[in-house]
Design a protein around this ligand. Structure first.
Ligand SMILES: [Zn+2]
Length: 568
């Protein structure tokens, strides 16, 4: 990253030396005295990118055309002058791992997100059921798995609210579902149903299903019985997701779970000019049928490419789930969970994962691998290494997402293999889930190894920011706050949880801007505010660098710009 920073600094200096606006490529704007900027930002801090700050920025034709003194000199001619009033402008945020359609859909079902008790969740479902008597099924998300001991939720609790039609709620981890008895019945799940491949059914002492389904092998048993959502509903959910991402400053996102036809809502919004977040689609590889998916994914990618707006929409990535989550004891561990013999659930045989990663890599897809436990991280690194060995060299930029527990022997491999470590920094805090479910399952040694962001960033690996929204908040400032402090929402514990892995604000901001753009192969045209980059901007009334990091909580952008225009 040093070389990149140098180039960046060089660009900035060059503009200042010559006193001219950069060549924007505009046919009619060759002489600097004819340039009419769309906007000039001044009166605050312009965070250009890692290590480079200046005082003003000029936008011409949707691109950064001048910085510092030369930008100030253009203010008189600008159509709009934005006085930052001591605030800050930075590159728009990239969200390197999220689930926008799920996020949009959450706003349409029962309002269970953020409820503080099982009783509150059930009350929200009851209210929704009364208001929607014609819904044949009630689908909702997402409840906090820590609300019940061991994350085990009983179908009977939901039966009290809705006895007559199926209810399925996803947990906030999206790896678990809580269903009522009507849903179990609709799916034909009873005491005689065995655990499916890649799934677990929680049971009562007599073997009958409790109502909690873990991992999609089990969740799918019920979801398959539910009606498909209409295209219109999915499109509206994505539009709502774009709006919510814009409101928190996000201008690019990696959709990390796209199933067959999941590219359609994106294409529809793109065609209407309503896709206000640049997006890359991660097509989900199914361990049961990935060989058939090679051609299907190439077809989806071709359909996206045919839309002809690669700066707005790409489908260049294949998503793999290497394991589950530690809260459900489905994260794959090298050693057993504390107090037992269970090592979690590797979703793929390691050799099969390596074969699939190599095959999709050969087809020009980026691997984006969900890996939580230290065994899953190792399998992911092994698979990437095997693909590098067996396939011709190319600019592959493989991604491992979440990176929760890493065996010390594997830390150096991220930099060595060129693997982008995608962190959901908001998770690196001691919240109730960490305290009640995660840390006890890991035991103290592994619990202290979680989310090694600073170690990896300083080892030379590229780190990028993701939210995993709606699993957790999509607000990048919340992620930055936790990345920098490792404090929970209440400001505990003093000094931060696993404080050795705290990032500087500069490092965290870099991960959320340049790092995410690098992950999406887009650092040549966005991710910093260097001359010639697109004017994807986030503007704050506050100078984030001047605040106590804990005070980043609750700040919202003054505005978000995409390609030189405010959104949403
Ligand atoms: Zn995810």
């Amino acid at each position: 990253m040093d070389g990149t920073s140098g180039a960046r600094a060089g660009n900035t200096t060059k503009a200042a030396d010559t006193g001219k606006a950069a060549d924007t490529g505009k046919a009619t704007g060759t002489a600097s005295d004819k340039v009419v900027p769309d906007a000039v930002f001044l009166g605050g801090r312009v965070w250009v990118g890692p290590g480079v700050t200046t005082t003003a920025l000029a936008v011409v034709d949707g691109k950064v055309a001048a910085l510092g003194g030369p930008a100030l000199a253009l203010a008189g001619a600008a159509r709009e002058v934005v006085d930052l009033e001591g605030g800050l402008v930075a590159p728009g945020f990239g969200d390197g791992h999220c689930h926008p359609v799920f996020g949009g859909l959450e706003t349409q079902g029962p309002a269970v997100t953020g409820r503080a008790s099982v009783g509150e969740v059930v009350a929200a479902v009851r209210r929704y059921a009364l208001e929607h008597p014609d819904d044949r099924w009630i689908l909702g998300a997402s409840y906090a798995p820590a609300l019940a001991p061991g994350g085990a939720f009983d179908a009977r609790w939901l039966d009290e609210a809705v006895p007559d039609r199926p209810v399925l709620l996803r947990a906030a981890d999206y790896h678990t579902a809580w269903v009522n008895s009507a849903a179990l019945q609709a799916a034909g799940i009873d005491a005689t149903t065995p655990d499916p491949p890649l799934g677990r059914i929680d049971r009562r002492p007599d073997g009958s299903p409790l109502g909690t389904l873990r991992e999609w092998g089990a969740c799918d048993l019920v979801l398959r019985a539910a009606p498909q959502r209409p295209a219109e509903v999915l499109r509206l959910a994505l539009a709502e997701a774009c709006r919510r991402q814009n409101l928190v400053g996000v201008t690019w996102m990696q959709d990390a779970w796209v199933d067959a036809q999941g590219h359609q809502p994106y294409l529809e919004l793109l065609e209407r000019g309503a896709l206000t977040v640049r997006s890359n689609l991660g097509l989900r590889a199914d361990p049961g049928r990935w060989r058939d998916q090679v051609a299907e994914f190439a077809q989806m990618r071709a359909e996206v490419e045919a839309a002809g707006q690669p700066e707005m929409l790409t489908a260049r990535t294949v998503k793999f789930f290497a394991d589950g989550v530690i809260e459900s004891a489905t994260g794959a561990m090298l050693e057993p969970y504390a107090g037992g013999a269970d090592r979690g659930m590797a979703v793929w045989e390691p050799s099969e994962l390596a074969a699939a990663v190599a095959r999709f890599d050969a087809a020009g897809f980026q691997a984006h691998i969900h890996a939580i436990g230290d065994a899953a991280v190792r399998h992911a690194l092994d698979a990437i290494e095997a693909a590098i060995r067996s396939n011709p060299p190319w600019d592959r930029r493989p991604v491992i997402a979440h990176v929760q527990v890493v065996d010390p022997a594997d830390l150096r491999r991220f930099a060595e293999l060129g693997v982008v470590a995608n962190f959901e920094s908001y998770w690196s805090q001691c919240d109730p889930m960490q305290d009640l479910l995660t840390a006890p399952r890991l035991g103290p040694v592994r619990a202290a190894r979680q989310y090694p962001a600073a170690t990896l960033a300083r080892s030379g690996a590229v780190i990028s920011h993701g939210s995993d929204w709606p699993v957790s908040t999509n607000d990048p400032l919340e992620a930055l706050r936790v990345a920098v402090t490792r404090l929970n929402d209440q400001g505990h514990p003093a000094g931060g949880w696993t404080p050795g892995e705290r990032l500087t604000l500069e490092e965290a901001l870099t991960a959320a801007t340049w790092g995410a753009a690098y992950q999406g192969w887009a650092d040549s045209f966005r991710g910093t505010l260097d001359l010639g980059k697109v004017a994807d901007l986030v503007i704050y009334a506050e100078d984030l660098f001047a605040l106590d990091p804990q005070d980043l909580r609750g700040l919202t952008p003054r505005a978000t710009w995409l390609g030189g225009r405010p959104v949403p």
